[in-house]
Design a protein around this ligand. Structure first.
Ligand SMILES: [Mn+2]
Length: 252
């Protein structure tokens, strides 16, 4: 017990995708309280997001604003997700396809006044530019990533690593739903660091070879999961079905 007491403690949240009500319910359940602009925990626990904070749900900007505050005011960790990255591209003026839920986030953003847009963009960039593709925590014992990472990539960064972090270990092939087919990287992982990731919708958290998938498809009527580290316990809330899931639900 003494060992756990002195270690940093994190509450790592799975893919939120605009499910603000569920997020609030979960963080209150975890014991976080609002102080100033962000939420803090009386025991000094830190909130962590595996990315994909917006798109598909009904309160996308609220979710982004929540994490922007957590990051800017120094009480949160968030790693890049593919959806976060797409919205960043939109905000800097790149041409993107308005599908897969981002059209909802863009609509919310477009409904802001000019002044609000300017303020939001400034805050988003400020937070976003401070983020990383994967985050090494607890002296290398814990890695947070959105899609996937391989043991030999930890501590390095290049184009290929960025892509695997955002999109998972994709094969370049697509299934009949049009979703990229991914390699089962977690099945091959042999590292000592615990890797906590999202991006792959599974009914319940999947624990394999020191990896944990905490994307339980909240926005598809699944659950929003928090993994408490280092205790390795889960807290979950039920999600509403904001959008129908088309594809295979990962089952192990
Ligand atoms: Mn994703």
């Amino acid at each position: 017990m003494e060992e756990i007491k002195n270690r940093p403690k994190y509450d790592i949240i799975g893919d939120i995708h605009g499910c603000f009500d569920e997020l609030m319910k979960l963080i209150k359940m975890l014991g976080y309280k609002k102080k100033g602009k962000c939420y803090i925990h009386p025991e000094g626990r830190i909130l962590v997001s595996v990315g994909d904070i917006a798109d598909k749900g009904d309160k996308n900007l609220k979710c982004l604003n929540f994490w922007i505050n957590q990051v800017i005011y120094g009480n949160g960790i968030w790693v890049y997700g593919n959806h976060c990255n797409k919205f960043y591209k939109y905000l800097v003026g790149n041409k993107i396809t308005l599908s897969h839920g981002i059209e909802k986030t863009v609509k919310e953003y477009q409904d802001l006044t000019l002044e609000e847009k300017k303020k939001f963009r400034y805050r988003f960039f400020k937070a976003y530019k401070s983020l990383e593709y994967y985050k090494i925590l607890d002296e290398g014992k814990l890695i947070i990533v959105h899609g996937a990472i391989k043991e030999e990539y930890i501590g390095k960064i290049n184009r290929k690593i960025k892509a695997i972090c955002l999109y998972g270990d994709t094969t370049g092939k697509f299934d009949e739903f049009g979703k990229p087919i991914r390699n089962d990287w977690a099945a091959q992982y042999k590292g000592d660091a615990l890797i906590v990731y999202g991006h792959t919708y599974a009914k319940e958290p999947v624990i394999r070879n020191n990896t944990v998938d905490i994307d339980q498809g909240c926005v598809y009527g699944g659950k929003l999961t928090a993994l408490r580290y280092p205790e390795m316990t889960f807290k979950q809330v039920e999600g509403k079905e904001y959008v129908k899931y088309k594809g295979y639900i990962c089952e192990f």
